[in-house]
Design a protein around this ligand. Structure first.
Ligand code: ADP
Ligand code: MG
Length: 455
């Protein structure tokens, strides 16, 4: 058995979490070969992002930042019961020294933009160093963190994509010899490297994706995503506290959920696993006995019941409207060419005879002006901000003629304004746009309707 595991930020958030993660890993390693992908300790990526973003900062801030980052990591080392901790302390201090130099370089204004991504990668290097030491303290020489460049990416530094023909040999060449020696490789999540060795990031939450890429390349038996909830739930537990655990969902459902806002999985995680048909298991590192959620090819469906409800908050709705939409095909392609030209990705599309509505992430606000201008040459354009996309997802929807009716009559009863509706071609996703301010209430109402005990 080969298992690729990924531990998220809260699963290595402090010494107790790191010790729990180490126990999970050494338990698995008793009868499987194990690879570990690790995120930065919770909060660290955000604080690094804060240091490299926005206005030019005062170099005086570097000192206090390094101090508090050092305290956080050295405290975790102290409390992790590592017998000879001087070695790991030294490694942490070395990383902190390098980080300080990189920050100074950035703050004095002489660095290039891409150098900030090197800074963002320190969080994973720090956590990987500690986790490796804790595992080795329990099983000497059983674990290795080599800080190797495994994920070779393009030059989109913020949201880079792996270049598979180069990433595959890098993963095989680096990891197979380590596994061969019965050693557990620890790999930094979130970051990759360009062909010429510059650090990139694969986007927020992308450690899940990296685990999946590694699992697919090495034909792993399972990819395990260890996080802070029991698995994939019927809704975001932050919105619906009594959301239920889903013991099994399909790749397609997981993909839709991740894509439409369920933060528990990075949206790109599913596709590498699907290609090799590798099961993905979501598990709770604070409750390892819970069976978690298993994501596989096929699952039994409950007809006419959704699997989960999710939402993408803060989307912008753009309505392109023309009475003269005669040549429908040409019209659509002209509209989508505009989005493509400005590299704006569209989440949802809904069309009627005379209008096309799309939603885009609020992230694109800064790019909106030229998009609107070009669209304006084609038709009338209306932009509506502060909207949310609500998605009801499930393989069971295929046979659910009445479900859509139930959803929208519930919305009618709530007096909720629905801006547009879209049903996925695969009939496993009914999505619609509402005002951001009512989104959570809408989710709670739908959840109650579909998943309350009496249902
Ligand atoms: P990690 O740091 O382990 O990657 P994340 O914070 O990225 O963890 O993802 C886990 C979180 O996703 C949960 O704590 C939960 O609040 C949120 N979440 C949102 N929607 C769902 C859902 N449908 N099922 C489970 N968790 C969800
Ligand atoms: Mg995550």
């Amino acid at each position: 058995m080969l298992i690729v595991t990924k531990f998220g930020g809260t699963s290595v958030g402090d010494a107790d979490a790191i010790k729990r993660a180490a126990s999970i890993i050494t338990d698995l390693a008793k009868d499987s070969r194990v690879i570990v992908v690790v995120s930065a300790m919770a909060g660290v990526s955000d604080s690094l992002l804060d240091m490299v973003s926005g206005e030019k900062k005062d170099p005086a801030e570097i000192d206090s930042f390094i101090k508090s980052l050092g305290n956080k990591h050295l405290e975790a080392v102290d409390q992790s019961e590592i017998p000879d901790a001087s070695n790991v302390t030294e490694k942490i201090n070395k990383l902190l020294d390098n980080l300080r130099k990189d920050l100074e370089h950035l703050y004095c204004g002489s660095s290039e933009t891409h150098e900030k991504y090197t800074i963002l990668g320190y969080g994973e290097k720090l956590s990987a160093t500690i986790l490796t030491a804790v595992i080795n303290a329990r099983r000497p020489a059983s674990c290795h963190f080599g800080d190797d460049n495994l994920i070779i990416t393009d030059n989109y530094f913020r949201d880079a994509s792996p270049i598979m023909p180069e990433t595959e040999p890098a993963i095989r060449g680096t990891l197979l010899p380590v596994l061969e020696n019965n050693v557990i490789p620890v790999i930094t999540g979130y970051i990759g490297t360009t062909r010429d060795g510059r650090t990139t990031t694969l986007g927020r939450g992308s450690s899940d994706y990296i685990a999946s890429v590694i699992g697919a390349v090495l034909d792993a038996d399972e990819i395990q995503i260890w996080t802070d909830v029991d698995g994939v739930l019927t809704a975001d537990p932050g919105i619906v506290p009594d959301a239920r655990l889903l013991d099994r969902i399909s790749y397609m459902e997981a993909n839709e959920l991740a894509y439409y806002g369920a933060k528990v999985l990075h949206p790109n995680t599913i596709s590498p696993a699907v290609m090799k048909n590798i099961p993905i298991r979501i598990k709770n590192s604070t409750n390892p006995d819970s069976p978690g959620t298993l994501i596989t090819d096929k699952v039994e469906v409950t007809p006419a019941l959704p699997t989960a409800i999710t939402s993408k908050k803060d989307v912008i709705l753009i309505d392109v409207n023309s009475a003269a939409m005669v040549d429908a095909f040409g019209y659509l392609s002209r509209i989508f060419d505009v989005f493509r030209k400005f590299n704006v990705s569209v989440d949802m599309v809904s069309t009627t005879e005379i209008s096309v509505s799309v939603t885009i992430d609020k992230f694109y606000t800064g790019k909106l002006e030229p998009v609107i201008e070009e669209l304006g040459k084609i038709a009338r354009v209306r932009v509506m901000k502060d909207k949310a996309l609500i998605c009801v997802i499930g393989e069971g929807l295929e046979s659910a003629a009445g479900l859509t009716g139930r959803v929208f009559s519930a919305m009618g009863e709530m007096g909720v304004n629905i801006y547009c509706i879209s049903m996925g071609a695969l009939e496993m996703n009914v999505s619609f746009v509402v005002d951001l301010e009512v989104a959570d209430d809408v989710i709670r109402t739908l959840h109650e309707m579909f998943f309350s005990k009496s249902d």
